[in-house]
Write a protein that binds this ligand. Sequence first.
Ligand code: IDP
Ligand code: MG
Length: 159
Amino acid sequence: MERTLILIKPNAIQRGIMGDIITRFERKGLRIAGLKMMFLTDEILAEHYAHLVQRPFYPYLKASMQAGPVVACCLEGAEAVETVRQMVGVTNSRKALPGTIRGDFSMSGEQNVVHASDSVENAAIELNRFFKEGELFDYDCAVTRFEYGGEETIKFLNK
Ligand code: IDP
Ligand code: MG
């Protein structure tokens, strides 16, 4: 099954909405394969936001990402990367559709509550960046057969 990374950003933790965010993914039927709280160092942030370090807003982004700990979460499911990006919404929360996490929980382009991997390739790189060997878990959920249809079970779960 496909895996993706989300980071619950410090602003969401400070605002007390981390549970609401995790609940949305759980209710959708995405399985939590890994979950941990951590503080992001200068090094890991520069690597994670390598495409933005030269941008004028990077010092503000960096400060907001180091204002407190983040929660890193690995979500697993069929086409998880694309599904989670759709649930998160576009970068600028004011433009994000109602019903998306950013659309429902934020007014900001920077303080936009969550990070989500943008491709299958980047998801693999980012999961390696934030989780060590042994911190991701493969386990059976009894409800999986009620979450996916027969063809999907063969295609995505290799069963
Ligand atoms: P994404 O998080 O939707 O994938 P990216 O372009 O990868 O968007 O940017 C990473 C993060 O950098 C965003 O989530 C947001 O917090 C911040 N960011 C992106 N563009 C801007 C901007 O124009 N002003 C301020 N912050 C920005
Ligand atoms: Mg991005």
